[in-house]
Write a protein that binds this ligand. Sequence first.
Ligand SMILES: NCc1[nH]cc(CCC(=O)O)c1CC(=O)O
Length: 313
Amino acid sequence: MKAVRIATRQSPLALWQARHVASLLSQVHPGLECTLVEMTTAGDRFLSAPLSTVGGKGLFVKEIEQSLLDGRADLAVHSLKDMTSVLPAGLLLAAVPKREDPRDAFCSPAGLSLEMLPKGARVGTSSLRRSCILRSRRPDLEIISLRGNVQTRLARTREMGLHGAVLAFAGLKRLGLETEITEVLPTSVSLPAVGQGVLAIQCRTEDSGVRGLLAALEDDTTRIAVTAERAFMARLEGGCTVPLAGHATVEGGTVLLRGLVGRPDGTKVVEGERSGPVETALAVGEALAEELLSRGAAEILRDFGRAHPVPES
Ligand SMILES: NCc1[nH]cc(CCC(=O)O)c1CC(=O)O
């Protein structure tokens, strides 16, 4: 193959990620020509529209996936965090490059850390997971809905005079906005979303030419971690309607997965961890999901599942 068309959203972060993959591909396949096919998704339109009942994960990926199925593009770059656990027939998660820092970051215009926040402080996020985790630790905090791309959210945080906002470290770093971070939140404080910090490169299952090119970008450790995380999410489906966190690390042939399901207001959180040989990553994810379901997550899903169709971020 001499050329590939890469489908991407048009947000600054999505464009950075698509260009990054283009640059990785040209490094490992000198002479390969990469062009971007820029698209607007329902998720992008939704960001500027009033909150409606449209919703869920997949909002940012559906049109892009369709462009692959239609043959308008050869591969697509997504944030894995934005992808549903089931991919459309005919498409494949062909490669996951090495993960960027998966942690959440607190950005406070006043330079405050989470600990320093005064009682009743106003913190921006539109993620159910982040709201739940923040409220479970600090029930006094007022969570302010914050939508839009990374730069918009930072600007709104200042304009609205919020004490701070929680965003993904990976997105801030890719955009050169680390200087906005006042505190990187340890995973023990804010357990990341499934797939956070990971780029997902997707192509048609039957396209062996593109699959061959993408194989060089695959990172085995990242694949093991996301296999466990996504198996956990798949069993609990509704990662977009119920606060859900899942984060796996790999060390010396063992994968360790930590997971959390909670009520949106943080009044209940069910958490746990499981580990096993890396070959059993899928089973580790499923087993942790079963355990959390039996310890109270089933009730949370029953009470809140699909009732609050807000995209996770
Ligand atoms: N939901 C939007 C989104 N999807 C992926 C990232 C960050 C990059 C990543 O996790 O790889 C973000 C921004 C954020 O949550 O602050």
